[in-house]
Design a protein around this ligand. Structure first.
Ligand SMILES: NC(=O)c1ccc[n+]([C@@H]2O[C@H](COP(=O)([O-])OP(=O)(O)OC[C@H]3O[C@@H](n4cnc5c(N)ncnc54)[C@H](O)[C@@H]3O)[C@@H](O)[C@H]2O)c1
Ligand SMILES: O=C(O)C1=N[C@H](C(=O)O)CCC1
Length: 233
């Protein structure tokens, strides 16, 4: 496959290595310096850019009939606009807050645990995420996905980075040098604690998942998720 990398930073570079190992070629690498890039002769685009640029990148792909995978976080207020555009153009699009197989299994564990804990008011729930100090957004997209799944299955109404009030699910976002991504869910009562945790050791899992998603989407039309790609849950 001929792949365009929209964003050639920490993730773009790891994706490049894995894509080449799997027999693909990188025909375009876009950074903040490249304003008007040309998507001709691209089979699929992989966007790991910035919260400010993801919407333009996804729009460019959909307008040019290029299937697009986006892992960029922090732009989700515009997700529905991208869904509409994708339908209008009969395009193909996957967004995932986290492309790693391990985190996608962790998402399913989180949903199951939150269903088990529903109706047990003696436990209070919280989420902690830790990432490297260059990360632009907080909380992480993954933490938001985890929080939304807990909210769906519980009495919590929304998440907050502040001290949680009634019906608010607290998320703590820590920034520590070189941490690729750690997420922990805690259920705390006066007698015990239940915790589930995912720790990424490096960026390879995110990058491999994105390349697998790119391989999977070519030739398809519609909006998909990593559940479709991995066939789990
Ligand atoms: N979904 C996942 O699995 C996952 C995993 C890791 C990171 N991420 C997300 O991916 C994004 C990128 O992460 P990173 O660590 O590679 O960041 P990074 O800062 O290392 O790289 C960002 C890249 O985007 C480029 N960029 C800036 N403006 C651009 C534009 N207008 N068009 C194209 N590229 C542009 C920058 O030049 C840079 O190359 C972040 O939003 C991060 O949260 C998601
Ligand atoms: O390094 C990042 O930035 C990461 N971003 C994603 C998120 O916000 O959840 C996934 C983990 C790494």
């Amino acid at each position: 496959m001929k792949i365009a990398l929209l964003g050639y930073g920490k993730m773009g570079k790891v994706i490049e290595g894995i894509a080449i190992q799997r027999g693909h070629s990188i025909v375009l690498k876009v950074t903040s310096q490249d304003k008007n890039y040309n998507l001709a002769d691209v089979d699929v685009a992989i966007d790991f850019s910035t919260p400010e640029s993801a919407v333009d990148n996804i729009t460019n792909c959909l307008m040019n009939n290029v299937p697009v995978i986006s892992g960029t976080t922090g732009w989700l207020a515009n997700y529905n606009k991208m869904v509409e555009l994708c339908h209008e153009k009969n395009g193909a699009f996957i967004y995932a807050s986290n492309f790693s197989l391990g985190v996608n299994i962790f998402f399913e564990l989180n949903k199951t645990l939150s269903k088990l804990m529903k109706g047990l008011p003696q436990y209070s729930t919280s989420i902690e995420e830790i990432h490297h100090t260059q990360k632009l957004d907080a909380p992480s997209g993954t933490a938001i996905s985890l929080a939304n799944d807990i909210i769906t299955n519980s009495e919590y109404k929304n998440w907050t980075l502040e001290t949680p009030k009634n019906n608010e699910l607290g998320i703590t976002a820590k920034r520590i040098e070189n941490v690729p991504g750690t997420h922990e869910i805690t259920y705390e009562s006066s007698v015990d604690t239940i915790q589930i945790k995912h720790t990424a050791h490096n960026r390879d899992g995110f990058a491999l998942g994105a390349v697998i998603a790119a391989e999977w989407i070519v030739g398809k039309h519609g909006i998909f998720t990593m559940k479709d790609v991995l066939n789990i849950g």
